[in-house]
Design a protein around this ligand. Structure first.
Ligand SMILES: C[S@@+](CC[C@H](N)C(=O)[O-])C[C@H]1O[C@@H](n2cnc3c(N)ncnc32)[C@H](O)[C@@H]1O
Length: 226
């Protein structure tokens, strides 16, 4: 899983998303000392963010030791910890200036405890249009149409939404990219991957696909003391 994620992201197919997350981080949290990503995977996005915040240190948290090992090597100012983000996070209260949560589960109460009073939380999640062209042809799971509502419900009333934007971009994926994407997506645990090469082989050699991801930036709600 880590190897396919590294292969797919390394091919820069999601670079427009990384660049949008970087711009949002610069805009909303430029004066940042500690950046943390909850469910950081191989540290792809947090490493991009650290690159433009030269005074910041980063901490990548993930349940997978293989992902965390890779994340720890993703940037010279990035460390990684293997932890379940739904347990108490290994961080002091109010120590995080910028918390990232990208395609990952959201531990609202620990995000609130660890984010400092002026801190920002950046959440990125797929829209229903994300990689839509692959959902029927390859059998990827659909994105829950209530995803945005579910995220709001998890984060309200601890956080106040400051800014939303959508990152949409086009990609042309070859068969090996498609296979890597499907294997790294959460769908991989729910679909029959043995039939995957056959389903991919029926597609053209280059498949046009749209990425469509929402990015929400939050601050702590003023009344929310911990
Ligand atoms: C879809 S991946 C996204 C990784 C990374 N943010 C990215 O976009 O490349 C979700 C990540 O969340 C991690 N994860 C899932 N549940 C977790 C938990 N309870 N605690 C820590 N990490 C978790 C997984 O191991 C995985 O690396």
């Amino acid at each position: 899983m880590v190897a396919v994620r590294e292969k797919f992201l390394g091919a820069r197919h999601f670079l427009p998303l990384a660049e949008t997350i970087v711009e949002a981080s610069k805009k909303h949290a430029s004066d940042t000392r500690l950046v943390m990503e909850a469910g950081a995977g191989i540290g792809y996005y947090i490493a991009h963010v650290l690159e433009v915040l030269p005074l910041s240190l980063g901490l990548a948290l993930d349940l997978s030791k293989f992902a965390a090992r890779r994340a720890a090597r993703a940037h010279v100012r990035l460390d990684a910890v293997v932890t379940d983000i739904f347990e108490r996070l290994p961080l002091k209260s109010e120590s995080v200036d910028l918390a990232l949560n990208i395609f990952a589960p959201r531990p609202a109460s620990e995000l609130l405890r660890t984010l400092n009073r002026e801190g920002r939380l950046l959440v990125a999640f797929p829209t229903e249009q994300h990689m839509q062209q692959l959902r029927n042809s390859i059998g990827l799971l659909n994105i829950d149409p209530r995803k945005e509502w579910r995220i709001s419900r998890t984060l309200d009333p601890s956080f106040r939404l400051l800014h939303t934007q959508r990152c949409q971009w086009e990609m042309e994926l070859q068969h090996n990219d498609l296979e890597a994407f499907v294997l790294m997506a959460p769908s991989a645990r729910h679909i029959d991957v043995s039939g995957l090469p056959g389903r991919i082989a029926r597609l053209g050699s280059r498949v046009k696909v749209t990425g469509a991801v929402n990015i929400h930036v939050y601050e702590r709600a003023k009344h929310c003391d911990i």
